[in-house]
Design a protein around this ligand. Structure first.
Ligand SMILES: [Fe+2]
Length: 181
């Protein structure tokens, strides 16, 4: 085969590869990076909290976040792509705050837990958390779709667990005050 023939073949291969790149690679990358950041936040908080009853929930959330990051990176590599790490200045600031001596209550508030939100006009109980958006792409393959479905359900459960842990923390405080009287 002459040189021209070879380069034409390579071009064809490249075109085929570009055409085959799933449209959701960037999304997988974003979730993998985001969850890695979530791990850093909850690890920082779990390692510094003085509340022994709260720590198990924070540790569980940290492990879940890291596992999500790994699972999405694993899927990226299975599809033939590598993780592109992102740097996030805001994350470093948040990690510093979660490692600080700020109260657990303030730390919960930084995740919107225990914060009374004013209802926006027209909002109701059907308000979504936006997580389903990651499944909006109709070309998502079944294996990636299953991972995303599991991820969405676990994230929502994490939200419920944090609200539960916050409520338990408040009850412990109230009991402590009552017992001290
Ligand atoms: Fe998360």
């Amino acid at each position: 085969m002459d040189k021209k023939g070879v380069s034409f073949t390579l071009q064809q291969v490249e075109e085929r590869d570009v055409a085959k790149k799933p449209s959701y690679i960037g999304l997988l990358n974003a979730v993998a990076n985001g969850e890695r950041g979530g791990y850093e936040l909850f690890k920082a908080w779990g390692d510094t909290t003085k509340d022994k009853a709260l720590k198990p929930t924070l540790d569980m959330v940290a492990v879940r976040e890291m596992e999500h990051s790994w699972a999405f990176e694993k899927r990226l590599t299975e599809l033939g792509y590598g993780l592109r790490p992102t740097t996030n200045k805001e994350l470093k600031k948040q990690v510093r705050f979660l490692k600080s001596n700020a109260s657990d209550e303030e730390k919960f508030a930084s995740f919107g837990v225990g914060v009374k939100r004013e209802k926006a006009a027209g909002s109701d109980s059907t308000e979504t958390d936006g997580l389903l958006q990651i499944l909006a792409d109709k070309t998502i393959d079944p294996q990636t779709g299953a991972l995303m479905g599991r991820f969405i359900s676990e994230e929502r459960d994490t939200g419920r667990q944090l609200v539960k842990a916050y409520g338990a923390m408040q009850r412990r405080k109230t009991n402590k005050k009552t017992n001290a009287q």
